[in-house]
Write a protein that binds this ligand. Sequence first.
Ligand code: 5GP
Length: 121
Amino acid sequence: MSEQDTTLFGKIIRREIPADIVFENDELIAFRDIAPSAPVHVLFVPKTPIASLDAATPDHAALLGRLMIAAAEYARSEGFAEDGYRVVMNCGRDAGQTVFQVHLHLLAGAPLGGFGARHAH
Ligand code: 5GP
């Protein structure tokens, strides 16, 4: 079993546990965070198993770029790009990463506070 198969997000990708999926293509999935830290809190996840940004290699550069662009396109399509939004990727213990499959948090829908006002767990 690959590493991704054991993570929560692997289970969401395989529809083994439910999620409010807002976007999906062959290589990415996006769904609402179960404990939102902002009015809009969506997680963008590559389907390729990568435990964290620390485990990413140059081979993943294009995929991770497309992950960012997918979040930006979603923000535009939902109409909150102009007001602004934040993307966050937690890496490792000190950042509070809890799910070891690379994912990008997209936070929007209200003023988010200054840098460091990261989402709480
Ligand atoms: P991390 O802390 O690893 O950066 O982010 C993991 C995120 O996954 C957290 O914001 C947490 O609320 C979210 N999360 C945890 N369990 C579930 C779940 O079962 N479903 C969904 N949709 N999100 C979850």
